[in-house]
Design a protein around this ligand. Sequence first.
Ligand code: RFL
Ligand code: PHB
Length: 391
Amino acid sequence: MTAPSKTGVAIIGAGPAGLLLGHLLRAAGIACVIVERQDRAYVESRIRAGVLERTTTDLLRRLGIDARLNAEGLIEHGFNLAHDDLLIRIDVSALTGQPVTVYGQTEVTRDLIAAAPERDLDIMFEAKDVVLHDVTGDAPFVTFTRDGVTQRIDADFIAGCDGFHGPSRKAIPAVACEYEREYPFGWLGILADVPPCHDELIYANTDAGFALASMRSATRSRYYIQVPLTERVEDWPADRLWDELERRFAPLASRPVVRGPALEISIAPLRSYVFETMRHGRLFLAGDSAHIVPPTGAKGLNLAASDIAYLSDAFIAHYRGDESGLTGYQARALARIWKAERFSWYLTKLMHRFPEDGAFERRMQIAELDYVAQSQAMQTAIAENYVGLPL
Ligand code: RFL
Ligand code: PHB
């Protein structure tokens, strides 16, 4: 496939943000092309998020790319916070009128890629050395190399959907607009084809540290535990990890933790990050390229989707002669991003053991969790953030 030499929106990155944007623009008849560094198999096998807000499932439904989501997604009416042997069920459906859907990011990505050809959405996989040019001028363009051939795409706009490590954000001067918090631990995750130990997610603050019991289906489990940043995957043979999960979940879960061969084991660091310049000339950032949340609260993919809801509306309005969406994009997106940053930071602080914390901070966490257990007002505040604030 050769890239068109001229398009409306050149999208960098075929993660959820880039794929959703591409589909929404094509559905509105706007020319666009996605340029992705990795090959298709790599993109389709990345294991990441699992919990979708309604704002995200609504976008998939609006696109009509929802057949598998409807058939296989698990509707979850609640989730649990826990410490010691106390399980606090947050009934999100009763408290907010909205459930969340358990459906893997891997599946969302596969569905969006599979639907691309029939909707005339070009995805240029294996595009190496992507460079953005003239983003503050009237005629920006992107260059890259594919199969040894250098290609150039001229565009009206460039959408930087290339994640935290991509080139788009680096094309913007960071002038007093960067906010960052690193956490002194990571999440060690395991995916396995075994039934989950509980029907709903459990976020547990145990004496040994944080642990999360999640799932992808009735037969596939996803677990995480908090580990120091110095740990490596090699330090964690599967049996050691299963022992640890059993210890942390036995007092909480409704069924024993079932062991099985690991489909994936990985460690992810935790970070809060916001880059506030989401527009620079004709370049617009969306998703992880502009912000990162720690995974506690499951906001990352959902924030990428809400950025795209705003940005796709803005591009569509532009091509109909209305500039207000593009002018207001950054402020609109940031208002929602900062609230999701706050919630993810709050849940991370509440549920993890921080090495610098002493007995007092531990008592504060337990007092807060006990308060959540007793207070419907607290549960409602947590639930409405968990299901996703309105767009
Ligand atoms: P992505 O998914 O990182 O996609 C960016 C794409 O850009 C490509 N790219 C380039 N392409 C061309 N040229 C270059 N030079 C490029 N550099 C990069 C990449 O190959 C990639 O295809 O960003 P996007 O689309 O903004 O999506 C963001 C989400 O992926 C992310 O926020 C979530 O996965 C975060 N996250 C979770 N979010 C949730 O909403 N719910 C969850 O339950 C949840 N759990 C998680 C998570 C992230 C995790 N990790 C590993 C970071 C659990 C984990 C463990
Ligand atoms: C997951 O299933 O991968 C998952 C669920 C909830 C989170 C983070 C990750 O908060």
